[in-house]
Design a protein around this ligand. Structure first.
Ligand code: ATP
Length: 244
C-alpha cells in the first residue's frame, strides 16, 4: 500500500455504550488525506457521540482510532491535538476581552514562538479574511465572526486534520455562505470532518457524506446522492421522501 492510500483518520469497530444504551456500534470509518467529510443523521443517530470518540472527549467502549497510521486510541484530547488535529466543539473557546489578533496570538503561541507565531497569525488572518476586524474585541463581534475567529485560531497551528461540530449553528444564511467559502479555503491543505445539521451547508460543501442512524453508519455517498436517496429521507422523516 502506498502512503497516499493510507487514510489520515480511520476507526475500526468503534462502539460507545452509556449504561444500557448503545449509542454507537461497529463504526468502521476512513477519511482520505485532504478529504472533507460531513457527518449527518437524524436526532439521536450517534453523530455527536462519534465526534466525541474521535476528539477523545469520550473513551469508546470498543474499537480503535488511527491518525496518520498511528493507533491513538489511548491518547487524550490534548495529546491528539499536539499530533496535529484541530478541534472546534460547540463550546466557545475564545477570550471575549481580547482582540482578534490577541486571541490568534495566544493560540499560535501555544505551539510556536515569537516570529513564527506572528507569521502564523498573519496567514490565518488573511486566509479567514479577518483583516477588517483584527483589532476588534471578541465581545464586539457577531456570532458568525466569532466562529470565523475560532477557525482562524485552529489553523494557526497548521493541523493536518480539523474536526468541527456544527460550525454553522446559529448563523444567518449569509454567514453560512461565507463559512462555506472559508471551509473550502481550509480544505485546500487540510482534511476536515464536519458534523452538521444544515443540509444547505452540506449541499454547498458537496463532498462525500456519512449518514448515521441508530448508532450505525447507514449510508456513505456523495452529497447529491444522499439528497436523492429515498431511504435517507425515510430515516429523517419517518416516511418515503428525500432530504429537504
Ligand atoms: N452522555 C450520555 N448518556 C446517556 N446517553 C447518551 C449520552 N450521550 C448520548 N446518549 C444517547 O446516545 C444516542 C446517540 O446520541 P448522539 O447525541 O450521539 O446523537 P446525535 O446524532 O448527535 O443527535 P443530535 O443531532 O440530536 O445531537 C442517543 O440515544 C442519546 O440519547
Amino acid at each position: 500500500m502506498t502512503d497516499t492510500a493510507t487514510p489520515i483518520l480511520s476507526t475500526t469497530n468503534i462502539g460507545k455504550q452509556f449504561g444500557g444504551v448503545k449509542a454507537l456500534e461497529g463504526i468502521d470509518f476512513a477519511l482520505a488525506e485532504g478529504e472533507l467529510r460531513c457527518l449527518i443523521g437524524p436526532n439521536g443517530a450517534g453523530k455527536s457521540t462519534f465526534f466525541r470518540c474521535l476528539t477523545k472527549q469520550y473513551q469508546p467502549t470498543t474499537g480503535k482510532v488511527f491518525f496518520r497510521g498511528r493507533n491513538v486510541s489511548r491518547l487524550k484530547t490534548h495529546e491528539i491535538a499536539r499530533l496535529g488535529i484541530g478541534i472546534k466543539t460547540q463550546v466557545p473557546n475564545v477570550f471575549d476581552g481580547l482582540t482578534v489578533r490577541e486571541n490568534l496570538h495566544l493560540a499560535a503561541s501555544a505551539r510556536m514562538s515569537g516570529h513564527e507565531a506572528s507569521t502564523a497569525c498573519d496567514e490565518a488572518i488573511e486566509r479567514m479574511a479577518l483583516q477588517r476586524i483584527v483589532h476588534e474585541r471578541l465581545d464586539r463581534l457577531s456570532h458568525g465572526q466569532r466562529q470565523w475567529v475560532e477557525l482562524a485560531m485552529i489553523i494557526t497551528s497548521r493541523p493536518f486534520l480539523i474536526l468541527l461540530d456544527e460550525p454553522t449553528a446559529g448563523m444567518t444564511s449569509e454567514e453560512v455562505g461565507k463559512t462555506v467559502e472559508l471551509i473550502h479555503e481550509i480544505n485546500r491543505d487540510t482534511a476536515l470532518v464536519i458534523v452538521e445539521h444544515d443540509m444547505n451547508f452540506v449541499r454547498a460543501i458537496a463532498r462525500k457524506v456519512t449518514v448515521f442512524h441508530q448508532g450505525k453508519i447507514f449510508a456513505e455517498e456523495s452529497a447529491d446522492e444522499i439528497m436523492r436517496d429515498p431511504k435517507v429521507g425515510e430515516i429523517y422523516l419517518g416516511k418515503r421522501n428525500t432530504v429537504q
